[in-house]
Design a protein. Structure first.
Length: 366
């Protein structure tokens, strides 16, 4: 059995069951919970590193860190024997707030429950630190989560939704105790929740790109560049057409692709897949390069996929069904990939990239 600290796991005051608390008691409990949260997560990280899970730095509050954390936790899930004396001992050692929070306490050891509750705190922090609209809070009106510390800021349809991380972690722990060996179980839970509340969360990202390095060198067909929506996270782009005269004006614009492929290093990729675009093709001016938001790494000849990409641009000035090439020529049919017909700059690209990454924040985990 792991030697795991239970320091600060019990509130320094008496309190009734969550369902029986008044508003003042609920706030007192919530304030205590938030005050011990950093220390409890610190204990979790110490144990993770001390027992071979990895370094503390690997628990960096990114969604993918949930996989490493759960893989470490699974072998430490311990069951207690169905022995009346041992059950009674476990129940006596279990803090009252945990007994009020979970079910089937007779199956899982107190140490396992304590670790799971610390993981619940970490799990909640993954949401809070990655999404601007997610926050810890309490609901004091009659509900299934009444008076419990929960994560707020979600919606399913037009209804507000709260996440009880303690109940969720206990349910996942029970699944491990019954033989579930999926190391992605915690991450899958996170991802499933995101799918339910899709579009209602806003990340801590801004709709601005971070500058890399300015350049006056004109882009060429095949140039591979990167953009930086988040510190040290780069997404690849590629120039597929240059010298575009837009609406009769000689602006020497370019058509670019931005891929889902991301990196932490400023080096050319082995390959780029034209079927995995982060945003639709964009028509842009030269400002992205001169202002340092598009940074060219080198040149890779266009692939057949890129040359034959079925794309076009919807002309919002016209009725539905008008699609054009970047030069303004009308297309005979609706293209498979549709961008917006307009001359943009790095700001327009930043806006589209931000929207795409709010839909798929996991792409930032590189």
């Amino acid at each position: 059995m792991m030697n795991y600290s239970s320091d600060k796991i019990v509130p320094p005051f008496e309190h009734p069951k969550f369902s029986e608390m008044n508003k003042n008691q609920a706030k007192q409990y919530f304030d205590w919970y938030m005050s011990v949260l950093p220390d409890r997560i610190g204990i979790l990280m110490d144990a993770f590193e001390r027992t071979g899970g990895g370094t503390k730095d690997e628990l960096d509050y990114t969604p993918k860190s949930l996989i490493k954390l759960w893989k470490w936790f699974m072998p430490h899930v311990e069951l207690v024997e169905n022995n009346p004396e041992e059950l009674e001992k476990e129940l006596q050692e279990t803090p009252g707030w945990l007994k009020d929070t979970i079910i089937d306490i007779d199956r899982i050891s107190t140490t396992t429950i304590t670790i799971a509750m610390d993981i619940a705190m970490y799990y909640g922090e993954v949401f809070v630190r990655n999404y601007e609209t997610a926050e810890w809070g309490i609901i004091t009106k009659k509900s299934v989560n009444e008076n419990r510390p929960v994560i707020l800021g979600f919606k399913i349809g037009r209804y507000n939704k709260q996440m009880d991380v303690m109940r969720m972690l206990h349910a996942l722990t029970l699944r491990v105790s019954k033989g579930n060996e999926n190391i992605n179980l915690l991450y899958d839970s996170y991802d499933n929740w995101l799918q339910q509340v899709k579009g209602t969360l806003k990340t801590h990202m801004t709709d601005e790109l971070l500058p890399i390095k300015r350049s006056r060198k004109k882009p060429k067909v095949g140039d591979v560049f990167v953009i930086q929506p988040k510190e040290s996270v780069y997404f690849y782009g590629k120039v597929i057409k240059t010298g575009i005269d837009f609406q009769g004006f000689s602006v020497n614009a370019s058509t670019i692709l931005v891929y889902k492929k991301a990196t932490n290093e400023l080096k050319l990729p082995d390959r780029l897949n034209a079927n995995e675009l982060l945003i639709p093709p964009s028509i842009v001016n030269f400002r992205g390069w001169t202002m340092g938001y598009f940074y060219t790494l080198g040149n890779i000849e266009l692939t057949e996929e890129e040359i034959n990409l079925d794309y076009g641009f919807k002309d919002s000035r016209r009725e539905t069904g008008w699609y054009r090439t970047e030069e303004g020529e009308l297309l005979d049919q609706k293209p498979l990939i549709i961008g917006t017909y307009g001359l943009g700059s790095y700001g327009a690209v930043a806006y589209e990239v931000t929207k795409a990454l709010e839909e798929h924040p996991e792409l930032l985990d590189v």
